[in-house]
Every structure is written in C-alpha cells, then in structure tokens.
Design a protein around this ligand. Structure first.
Ligand SMILES: Cc1cc2nc3c(=O)[nH]c(=O)nc-3n(C[C@H](O)[C@H](O)[C@H](O)COP(=O)(O)OP(=O)(O)OC[C@H]3O[C@@H](n4cnc5c(N)ncnc54)[C@H](O)[C@@H]3O)c2cc1C
Length: 414
C-alpha cells in the first residue's frame, strides 16, 4: 500500500517505520527541516537542550520499551531514578508533594494532614479545581495543587474535567498517603515516571534519528492541501496515496483538508491547548531532574536539568544548565535581564543561553473536550483510508510511549 504520513514527530516516525517494516511504501511529510517534532534536542555551546521540554521515556507497556530498544539499543540509554523537587517556602520538598508532607515545616504538615483527614467526603466533583480540594484536602490544594496547576494550564481549573489524570498525575490512595506521612523514605514512592530512560548521547533527538533511519522523509515539506480523488488521497496537489496517517495538529488539518464538514470544523475550533516558552540558562550543577515551582511569585512553573538525565549534557564538569518553562504566548526573553518574578533567586540564573517557543504544548481537557473530540473522531472513523494519530493528530494528553503504542495499533491493522 502507498501511505503518506503527515508529520515527523515520534508518532509519524514510529508509524512510518512500523509500516515500512511490513512492506508498505511510506512517505513522511514534515514542515520543519529536521525530524522529531516536540521530541527534539540540540547542542548550545556544547550544552544539551531539549527545546520543547526535556523528553524522558518510560512506559507501562513492555512492547513499547522492547520496540524502542530494538531501534536504539538499550546500552545507549541512561536509566535514571527521578529526583524531582518542589520549591516550597524556600525548601526543596520531594515530589510528589502529597507524599512528602514529613519534609514540610511542622505547622504546614499538620494543616495538610488535618485537611486530608477530612478530604474525599461527599460526591466526587467532576471539575478539576473542586476535585483537587476534594481529593487532597484544602491545605495540599492551597500550598501546591491549585497554584501549580493554575500556572501549568493557564486555564480556569473549574472549566477542566478530571478524566485525563489517570496515569499522568500521581494518584496515591489514602493508605499510601498516610504511609508517606509517617515514613521519610522517598524510595518507597512508586508513582508514574519514577524511573525512566534517556539517550546517553545526543538527547532525545538521537532516538528520533534512529527511528527515522532508512525512511523516506521529506523535510521542509509543509502540508498545504489534502483532497480525496478517485485514485486516493492527493497531498499538496501532487502525489496520490492509498492511505494517509495524520499527526499534524487538528486545527492545521482542518485548514488543509477541504471536505471536513462545518460541524466537525466547529468542534476542532473549540479544542483548547496552551503554548510554552523554554529558556536554557547557565546555573550551578545539580542532581535534581526537575524542579516544580508552584508559587505565583514566579512566572516559571518548572525547570528541567538535563545534566541529571545523562552525564554528557554539559561540556565542563561543575557547569550546570537548566531549562525553565513558561506557559502562555511567546515569552519575551529580554525580560529575563531583570530576572525578578521569573525564578527564585536561589536557583542562581547566570545567563541566558537559548530559548524556544512551542505553540502546541499541552492539550487542555476542558469540559467540552470529550463531546468535541468524539464528534471529530466519529467523523474521521467514517473517512476511508485516513487515520488520526498522536498528541495533536488525535488530540489527547499522550506522552511518547502512548504515541508509539497507538502507531503500533494502526500498523497492525494495515
Ligand atoms: C513540555 C513538554 C514536555 C514533555 N515531556 C515528555 C516526556 O518527558 N516524556 C514523554 O514521553 N513525553 C513528553 N511530552 C509529550 C511528547 O512531546 C509527545 O507525546 C510527543 O512528542 C508527541 O509526538 P507527535 O508526533 O504526536 O506530535 P509532534 O511531536 O507535535 O509532531 C507533529 C509533527 O508534525 C509537524 N507538522 C505540523 N504541521 C505540519 C504541516 N502542515 N505539514 C507538515 N508537517 C507538519 C510538526 O512540525 C511536527 O514535527 C512532553 C510534551 C511537552 C509539551
């Protein structure tokens, strides 16, 4: 079968490779000059930078990890235990916050435990704001959950649903929480993403390049039109294919694919997402993998330290670099000259090294999400020879492993 894959992020690349291995004739179209999509890396003066956020790999699905290791052998990956912290009242509290209450000042810890005892009473709310208070109690919500989530989503939490959280957020049981309050042993905390893999050399880009090896990929090839003809799907008014797999964002697809009905286009237009700026900066070396910053005093909600993911992230021993993240429209990096209001001074921001803007960062699961996406998917299920795939192609909060898993499902049926 002759297949066009739109987009060369992890979804498009994985689908293309799996389908090529099955003997199909596959062409990948990518608008940028390099492959990888959100999972990219580059070096800045010898410092490794994942410009769309640090990308680590782990999965509950063994077939995904087996496939990843068949593409980039296991010995080329660094296996790391997460050492994430939360910067709270000048302290570095272990992540997840709700399992680290014994590290707080005693009055704060008592408030958290007291309110947690009262929590999970009454019916479970279906909006995210009320759910955070209901599930964790008022103090954990006020100290961490509400301010952090308000920053990372930049969207009213009361207008978000709660179903997306499974597997994304640590959701400890009441017993696990009580256990953690009594026992100061973070190794006991087996929550999602507590260990992970990251390529030893070349960043996550080296995984993307390995998947791309041997594929027919057209870079700098933006999709401008897709139309159905008698012979199949015609892409950019030139080549025709039996089947198309689209991983490009649905709002982009809505513009280039003329036959989508208006009712479906309206649902696509109502899908919500947010954008992100990352800024690479020089700072002291650290063994922290990520630092979460819930306080509204600072605009950045998170800093990733890639030197904690691989020993080859920085050129000189003792030198450190972090990548801070800010949600919203493109952030004016010259504001960092003032530094105040962006990051806590303790993080010792020394100089700006690079920055990048990501338009499509996080899918927002607002209260209309399910209705909208069901209409969109319902329509595409009726379109012959066309599949939606990926975080933005199928519009869901999926990490790389689930994108690969979905690519496997599509490859199985073709
Ligand atoms: C800040 C952040 C941190 C993350 N951290 C992790 C992590 O640690 N681990 C993890 O597993 N996942 C992580 N993720 C999620 C991960 O990035 C995604 O699951 C994954 O990269 C999505 O891949 P994709 O191929 O579906 O989409 P993308 O990577 O977005 O790929 C889509 C491709 O389509 C191309 N494209 C768009 N329009 C067109 C067009 N008109 N024509 C041609 N090409 C086009 C784009 O250039 C892009 O290359 C993170 C995401 C973010 C935002």
């Amino acid at each position: 079968m002759k297949i066009a894959v739109l987009g060369a992020g992890v979804s498009g690349l994985s689908a293309a490779r799996l389908l090529k291995d099955k003997g199909h004739d596959v062409t990948v179209y990518e608008k940028e000059s390099t492959v990888g999509g959100l999972a990219r890396s580059r070096y800045v003066d010898g410092i490794l930078y994942d410009p769309h956020g640090g990308h680590i790999l782990n999965s509950k699905k063994p077939e995904v990890m087996d496939w990843a290791f068949s593409v980039l052998p296991k010995e080329k990956w660094q296996y790391t235990a997460r050492n994430a912290k939360i910067y709270f009242n000048g302290k570095y509290v272990s992540y997840p916050f709700e399992l680290s209450l014994c590290e707080l000042d005693i009055d704060d810890a008592v408030n958290c435990v007291h309110d947690f005892i009262l929590a999970q009473n009454g019916p479970e709310p279906d909006n995210f704001r009320d759910w955070l208070v209901w599930n964790f109690g008022q103090s954990i919500a006020d100290y961490y959950m509400l301010p952090y989530n308000e920053k990372i989503w930049a969207y009213p939490l009361e207008q978000m649903e709660t179903k997306w959280m499974q597997g994304k957020m640590p959701l400890p049981s009441k017993k696990e929480m009580i256990h953690s309050m009594l026992l100061k042993d973070p190794t006991e905390r087996k929550m999602p993403h507590s260990t992970f893999y990251y390529p030893i050399d070349g960043g996550i880009q080296s995984f993307m390049n390995a998947i791309a090896q041997g594929l027919n990929i057209r870079c700098n090839a933006e999709i401008k039109t897709i139309s159905k003809t008698e012979k199949g799907w015609t892409v950019n008014q030139s080549e025709t294919y039996d089947h198309v797999i689209s991983t490009i964002p649905l709002p982009v697809l809505g513009k280039v694919m003329t036959e989508i009905p208006d009712v479906v286009k309206d649902c696509i237009a109502d899908l919500k997402y947010n954008s992100l700026t990352t800024v690479l900066f020089e700072c002291p070396e650290t063994d922290i993998t990520w630092l979460y910053i819930p306080s509204k005093e600072y605009r950045s909600h998170r800093v990733g330290y890639q030197s904690a993911l691989t020993p080859h992230a920085n050129p000189k021993p003792g030198m450190g670099a972090g990548a801070l993240e800010i949600i919203g429209n493109r952030f004016d990096v010259s504001e960092l000259d003032k530094k105040e209001g962006i990051l806590p001074a303790e993080l010792q921001y020394r100089q700006t090294l690079d920055s990048e803007f990501t338009e499509y960062a996080y899918v927002i699961h607002d209260l209309h999400y399910r209705e909208n996406i069901e209409t969109v998917k319902g329509y595409f299920n009726t379109v012959e020879g066309f599949d939606l795939l990926g975080r933005w192609g199928a519009w869901n909060y999926k990490n790389m492993d689930l994108c690969i898993s979905d690519a496997m499902e599509i490859a199985k049926k073709l």
